[in-house]
Design a protein around this ligand. Structure first.
Ligand SMILES: [Zn+2]
Length: 298
């Protein structure tokens, strides 16, 4: 056994690489012929309200970076919510429990305005690197904390790492969650399969391509700089929607209040919603509503 662990990947027996690949797989496609009310495209807007937890999760205590997190609460979320309410659009917010504890009023406003709040870890920990007991306890405590603060029990999760440990899906299934939104095997919803067995858990897939942070993040003391202008990011998101509409599928997008919520960027959200609303038969909905509909109608 010890000898096998020391094998290089090119030496793995077939059984071993198949086992690795089959831990979590995309199974049955969940792709309704049409969406609610006969819509041809489902639009799933999401916001990951990481705020200060991006700094805290690494053990950081930088007051400057924490202040950027606070911007997410003071400016980011209010700008986003104003746009959503004016456009009468519902969306999903994935909120680490520590963010929710720092800003309970923000979460209560999000829920009061008809949006969904989903699990996004405790302190945005790297869940994929945690031992089972810690990951399980944190995932459950995060759900309880959100439920207690907002009065609404979360039915979905976006893992902070956008990745799974070997145990994540079993925990999600044990909790009876409706869906996950962290993986990338398709453009449409699908059922997650664990070690060859259907789980009943819906995946509403994300992609880094449809994430504002990869285009805009900046690291002061390293080479990382924003390399795509806001107009370029708008163009990518718009083309992702255009194709989803043409194909009759899901357009899913992830943004961060502390990334998109700036004067030179927030227009991307506003113009994108206006552009999408210029199309017929589009259904804006929360991730939970889309996952539920896809599961019931596929
Ligand atoms: Zn996050």
């Amino acid at each position: 056994m010890k000898e096998e662990r020391n094998l290089a990947p090119w030496q793995y027996p077939e059984e071993r690489w198949r086992k690795i690949v089959n831990r979590v797989r995309a199974g049955r496609p969940l792709r309704p012929a049409s969406w609610q009310g006969g819509a041809r495209c489902a639009v799933a807007l999401s916001f990951d309200s990481d705020h200060e937890t991006n700094e805290l999760r690494e053990g950081g205590e930088s007051i400057g970076r924490l202040s950027q997190g606070q911007y997410g609460n003071r400016q980011g979320v209010p700008r986003i919510l104003d746009i959503l309410v004016r456009a009468s659009v519902k969306a999903s917010f994935f909120v680490p429990a520590v963010t929710a504890l720092l800003y309970p009023d923000e979460q209560r406003r999000v829920v009061a305005e008809g949006h969904e709040i989903g699990i996004h870890g405790w302190i945005h920990e790297r869940n994929s690197e945690l031992p089972l007991a810690a990951e399980r306890e944190l995932q459950m405590r995060s759900a309880d904390t959100l439920a207690k603060l907002t009065g609404q029990r979360p039915v979905g999760i976006r893992t902070p790492s956008w990745d799974f440990s070997p145990n994540t899906l079993a925990i999600t299934k044990e909790m009876g969650l409706l869906y996950d939104s962290s993986l990338m095997a398709d453009v449409d919803c699908y059922e997650l399969v664990m070690d060859g067995k259907d789980t009943g858990v819906v995946e509403l897939p994300v992609e880094w391509i449809r994430d504002d942070a990869v285009y805009f993040n900046m690291n002061r003391f390293a080479a990382l700089r924003p390399y795509t202008p806001p107009a370029g990011v708008y163009d990518i998101f718009k083309r992702e929607f255009d194709a989803a509409y043409r194909e009759g599928g899901v357009f899913q997008l992830t943004m961060h209040p502390h990334v998109i919520g700036y004067r030179s960027r927030i227009w991307i959200l506003q113009e994108l919603i206006a552009y999408i609303q210029g199309h017929e038969k589009v259904w804006f909905a929360t991730h939970a509503d889309i996952a539920r509909y896809a599961k019931a109608n596929s």
